[in-house]
Design a binder for this molecule. Structure first.
Ligand code: ATP
Ligand code: MG
Length: 358
């Protein structure tokens, strides 16, 4: 039986951060390593252009940065197909068909789009390409017939839109060519939308509140020591809040009981430590020191692998080129089925030709 397909991607607008890791990369690597899936990972440069049309250099600079992060976290070319969005003809063609199946008001209702418009100050001048990127994203997913899309929670409305398109398409053109995708969310709720180091509800490149996978030891430590915590926890003896407190959210996302044994044996696990913080008597500095130890240990091997791959950028490009070539083939097959279903494959359609050719 053919393997089930996974597709996800990232915008090459900067290096990847902890939000990407817990929201999506961690799941991608785990699913890749089961060997049960055919995994596609896409660098979404077309989508990045929708709000960076005047700054393509930023995108050029980040293509290989993102590739480096992928390989550093453990995605590997023998198990995953890496592709660059702008080089896949299907991803220009499919949105043309799909855009007829989506209304303007449906696009305007998309909560993620609404949010992003606000974040980007687009209110008065929204690029058409930006407004329609959910359609383009539906093309990315369906072109490869992906069933699983490991993503953070902010992407759920995009998956909903993609499913609607799939259902409309299959119904209108009486076929079952397109596959309905489903989101694969992180196991841990605090990872659905990892907060920023400033306490903002989302760690995001655009908000400048990220810890990057490639941050060096010193930068990582500085960022952790400057993290927002509980503003009502002024003296060590004050009772503190762990809910919504980024230090505890990151500990939730990254620490293990073993880390407590290694770095803070006075607690058995995070629950015990939280309890102490809430009761009062545990200072922020001590919590941050633990977090620093946990994160240094987590990021050190990622950083080391990244440095290794950085030595041969030509090889990175080769990996991306090869993956893209395979992705073109796979998605062209879908396009050909889509054209058949719509009935616009005039020159290859026997029943159409028979009407005219004697
Ligand atoms: P930009 O600011 O350029 O939009 P971003 O930091 O929001 O960048 P994207 O490239 O838009 O990152 O997101 C790629 C993937 O990473 C998506 O699946 C998204 O859900 C996930 N992701 C990004 N940020 C977070 C976060 N803070 N928590 C959980 N998942 C996240
Ligand atoms: Mg984003």
């Amino acid at each position: 039986m053919a393997k089930e397909i996974i597709l996800t991607g990232d915008r090459p607008t900067g290096a990847l951060h902890l939000g990407h890791y817990v929201g999506s990369l961690r799941k991608r690597v785990a699913m890749q390593d089961t060997g049960k899936y055919d995994t596609f990972v896409m660098i979404a440069d077309l989508q990045a252009l929708t709000d960076n049309a005047d700054n393509p250099e930023k995108i050029r600079q980040n293509i290989l940065e993102v590739m480096l992060d992928y390989l550093a976290v453990g995605l590997t070319p023998d198990k995953t197909t890496f592709l660059v969005q702008s080089h896949i003809p299907a991803l220009y063609e499919l949105p043309m068909y799909y855009s007829n199946l989506v209304t303007m008001s449906r696009l305007e209702r998309n909560p993620t789009i609404k949010n992003e418009i606000k974040m980007r100050d687009f209110e008065r001048s929204i690029p058409v390409g930006f407004m329609t990127y959910p359609i383009s994203q539906a093309a990315d997913i369906t072109a490869f017939k992906a069933k699983y899309v490991p993503v953070g929670e902010d992407q759920l409305p995009m998956l909903e839109q993609a499913r609607e398109i799939v259902n409309s398409f299959n119904r209108i053109y009486k076929c079952d060519i397109l596959v309905e995708p489903e989101a694969v969310l992180p196991d841990n709720a605090s990872c659905n939308r990892l907060v920023g180091i400033d306490g903002n509800t989302k760690m995001s490149k655009s908000l400048g509140n990220c810890i990057y996978l490639k941050d060096d030891e010193k930068t990582l430590k500085q960022k952790i020591m400057s993290m927002f915590t509980d503003p009502t926890h002024i003296n060590v003896s004050d009772p503190g809040h762990t809910e919504g407190n980024p230090v505890f959210i990151y500990l939730e996302a990254f620490s293990t009981d073993e880390d407590f044994a290694n770095f803070m044996p006075e607690y058995k696990n995070l629950a015990e430590m939280k309890e102490h913080y809430e009761r009062g008597g545990l200072g922020d500095m001590k919590c941050k020191k633990l977090l620093n130890n946990v994160m240094q240990q987590f990021l050190a091997p990622i950083r080391a692998r990244r440095e290794e791959y950085e030595k041969d950028k030509g090889e990175l490009l080769n990996i991306l080129r090869k993956g893209t070539e395979r992705a073109i083939e796979v998605s062209n097959q879908t396009v050909s089925e889509v054209r058949n279903a719509i009935g616009i494959n005039y020159f290859n359609d026997k029943s159409f030709l028979e009407r005219f050719v004697k």
